[in-house]
Design a protein around this ligand. Structure first.
Ligand code: LLP
Length: 427
């Protein structure tokens, strides 16, 4: 992870701007996103496969119109999983053919919107959906490109709620018991669907390459079965997202080029064995593109010291801007950024301002013992699944996202206001 630069007063700077100035101008809590870093990560993914694969950024990690424009400019595609994400993508000018639609229960309206817009790919997640999408495409006079999402039966080593390739969960069609083969059979019979390939996403925040490798191998094996049964070689496979990032110094993530090399070599080797032409690979990283680009800036409000135990440090946000600690036991780091301190370490728990004791931002951290109200704390690696999972719990106003580039900061998603909340309240 990148080290924080400090100015002569010990104030951390971001792209040359002191965080104290950012806090004054934009308030706290706020997310600050380094645009150059975001673009560099897009390029790293794009270049990792040497142009031999398509990268679909997973919009669920964080989506805004500015982000869509950056993706477009850096040559990435976009994976959306709702009408809301689709409309943001289209509003920002992403060409429909570069958009893929996901979801285990897409509504009829969502499917219609996607087919009408001409999205490049709809990922079919269930047997019902095969018929549903075929029917809608037929009615609209379109032939829709689709992939079938399969579950390959691997246990990804991550939190239960974000592991998706084992059988006992809601996503996809199992390879087991010939389910996926049956789905292929049905799709191939439907004139309004063009079966482009097979999709597998095994989970999220994964460090171990083994799961991806098993997934790639099993997907290629299915392509071989399809060729044997139907005489058709499907041209695409999508191996999903899920590459983990460093939240703390203990995490040791793989780089895009490492995952690319490993996936490409397994797919190539398996295809050689099966006598298949190598399909076009696509991947769907979300967290690994946006996660590390962003930090959250908070102001300390109160401190409660429990002698011999720990100090509770309350900040002006919490589970409404970062639910991940409460939901997944996620780990984050935190540091004092508005000044330097020579005080000794104090075992701290950084908590939010919400009305429950599980409202924890950073479970265990050492902060300087002279920490005081008004100090600013930064929590890094909050670019993915923080703003996008933010809530209005306790009628909190969701924080802005501020993009920093070349020493300038601009709001790309503004802070919510009380008027925003009242606008929805029509009683
Ligand atoms: N593709 C599909 C089909 C997905 O379901 C996901 C994530 C991705 C790609 C992107 O995965 P990534 O590269 O970001 O790991 N809210 C959880 C993560 C849920 C992930 C859902 N699907 C968290 O905060 O950890």
């Amino acid at each position: 992870s990148r080290t924080v630069a400090r100015d002569a007063d010990g104030v951390a700077t971001v792209g040359g701007i002191p965080v104290t100035r950012l806090a004054e101008e934009f308030g706290t809590p706020a997310y600050f996103l380094d645009e150059d870093d975001f673009r560099a990560r897009c390029r790293a993914w794009h270049d990792a496969f040497g142009g031999g694969a398509d990268v679909f950024y997973a919009g669920k990690a964080f989506l805004s119109r500015a982000v869509v424009r950056w993706l477009y400019e850096e040559g990435l595609n976009l994976d959306v999983c709702s009408a809301g994400e689709l409309s943001t993508a289209l509003a920002a000018g992403m060409p429909a053919e570069r958009i893929a639609l996901h979801g285990n229960n897409k509504s009829t309206r969502e499917i219609e919107r996607a087919v009408e817009a001409g999205v490049g790919r709809i990922v079919l997640d269930s047997f019902q959906e095969i018929a549903r999408v075929a029917h809608i495409a037929e009615r609209l006079g379109r032939r829709q490109r689709v992939q079938i999402r399969v579950t390959v039966g691997v246990e990804a080593h991550t939190h239960e709620f974000i592991a998706t390739a084992h059988e006992d969960q809601k996503f996809g069609i199992a390879l087991a018991d010939g389910q996926a083969a049956e789905a292929v059979r049905r799709v191939l019979k439907l004139d309004s669907l063009e079966l482009a390939g097979i999709h597998s996403h095994i989970g999220s925040q994964i460090f171990d390459m083994a799961g991806f490798e098993v997934s790639a191998r099993r997907v290629v094996q299915l392509l071989a079965e399809v060729r044997d049964e139907h005489g058709v070689e499907l041209p695409e496979i999508d191996l999903g997202g899920g590459l983990g990032i460093a939240y703390t110094s203990e995490d040791d993530p793989r780089e895009p080029h490492e995952i690319a090399r490993s996936l490409a070599s397994i797919v190539t080797r398996e295809c050689e064995v099966a006598g298949l032409a190598v399909p076009r690979i696509s991947v769907e990283p979300g967290r690994a593109v946006v996660g590390p680009t962003t930090f959250t800036l908070y102001e300390v409000g109160t401190l409660k010291e429990l002698p011999g135990l720990r100090t509770y440090v309350s900040v002006d946000g919490g589970m409404s801007d970062n639910i991940r600690t409460a939901l997944y036991d996620a780990e984050y780091s935190v540091s004092l950024v508005s000044r330097t301190s020579t005080a000794g370490p104090m075992l701290s728990r950084v908590v939010g301002k919400h009305c429950e004791s599980g409202d924890i931002v950073v479970r265990d951290a050492f902060l300087p013992a002279d920490l005081a109200p008004g100090d600013l704390l930064a929590v890094p690696a909050t670019g993915a699944y923080c703003r996008s999972m933010a809530s209005n719990y306790n009628h909190a106003l969701r924080p802005p996202v501020v993009a920093v580039k070349n020493g300038e900061a601009r709001v790309i998603m503004r802070r919510e206001t009380e008027e925003d909340l009242l606008r929805l309240d029509v009683g």
